[in-house]
Design a binder for this molecule. Structure first.
Ligand SMILES: [Mg+2]
Length: 326
């Protein structure tokens, strides 16, 4: 529903080569309460004016020197389609009844004959403006809805604390990554991280500090990867990186770099240093340590377990062997 004040504030352009006709229409619209009425007697100006002002309604004469109303309408339709979303609101006012049909076929939303009845033309203008404004409102609403959907889709795959991808996303992503590597006969690496003695931070400094640490590590991981890689929060203090196209050597080098960088993280909360936390990392590479998602995650997890068992603060490569790979 469009309120009256919105209709009376809508922008209207009058186009007629005869100044007396323009004045008559202008006066009539102003008397009726319309507040944003402009006009031109030069048909060559109409397209530029519409591009600048995107009128809600154009009252258009047909017989004009230089450029007739049909040509103006073609040009306006093109501007609407290319730039404004395709809805041209034009009311043709003509003294040639034989042109009515062509005007409608070319996209005029309504046609009225000269001389016209004031009440009739005012009623038609109001109807056209109502449709125009409803159309605009609907577009706006659908834009809002689209944004909402995009936002929800992001929420579904994002960990709210760290803003990294979540486990759910990883489970959708890995099968695709496997298919991609299979197609191109390439490898990729899964790095599984766990922060050592992380519980201590929570116990000593509180959960707020623990959260700050997780966010700090997440930022670090995000900064270490390329656009084709992904970083996920896998669980409490567990993270997973998927390094697209990486070889085992490349994955080990990157894991070592990250292990050192985490050790150097110097986080404080309310000016109190949180102390250092080391990290243990397990690596599994497609295809040598597994060709399916479960097998790869299991292999990385077992390697991580080994790293923990062997004293933490280290990188361990999976020992599992995919028998199909020679
Ligand atoms: Mg004329």
């Amino acid at each position: 529903m469009v309120v009256s004040s919105t209709i009376f504030n809508a922008s209207i352009l009058i186009v007629d080569d005869v100044p007396a006709n323009v004045e008559l229409l202008e006066h009539m619209l102003q008397l009726a309460g319309y507040t944003s009425v402009s006009s031109t007697t030069d048909p060559l100006e109409v397209c530029r004016l519409h591009r600048e002002n995107q009128y809600d309604l154009i009252l258009l004469d047909l017989m004009m020197p230089g450029m007739d109303g049909f040509q103006v309408m073609e040009c306006l339709t093109k501007i609407e389609e290319d730039e404004f979303g395709g809805y041209l609101s034009a009311l043709v006012v003509t003294s040639q009844p034989e042109h009515r049909l062509r005007a409608l076929q070319l996209g005029a939303k309504d046609v009225i004959s000269k001389p016209f009845e004031t009440l009739e033309i005012l009623a038609r203008i109001r109807n056209l403006l109502e449709i125009r404004l409803l159309n605009r409102e609907a577009k706006k609403q659908s834009g809002v809805l689209e944004e909402l959907v995009v936002d929800l889709q992001k929420q579904i795959i994002t960990d709210p604390l760290t803003d990294l991808y979540n486990r759910r996303f990883l489970q959708e992503y890995l099968p695709q990554e496997i298919a991609k590597a299979k197609r191109s006969s390439s490898s990729f690496a899964v790095l599984m991280f766990d922060l050592d003695f992380f519980k201590r931070i929570n116990d000593v400094f509180g959960h707020e500090a623990g959260d700050a640490f997780l966010k700090g590590v997440a930022r670090l991981l995000q900064g270490c990867i390329r656009e084709s890689d992904i970083a996920c929060r896998y669980g409490g203090e567990e993270f997973v990186l998927v390094l697209s196209g990486a070889s085992l050597d490349g994955a080990i080098k990157k894991a070592e770099r990250i292990r050192k960088a985490v050790m150097e993280l110097d986080l404080t909360i309310r000016k109190k240093p949180l102390g250092r936390v080391s990290t243990s990392i397990g690596i599994a590479v497609y295809p040598e340590h597994g060709t399916g998602m479960e097998a790869l995650l299991r292999a990385a997890d077992e390697a991580l377990y080994e790293a923990k068992e062997n004293g933490r603060n280290r990188v361990v490569v999976s020992e599992s062997r995919n028998e199909k790979v020679k």
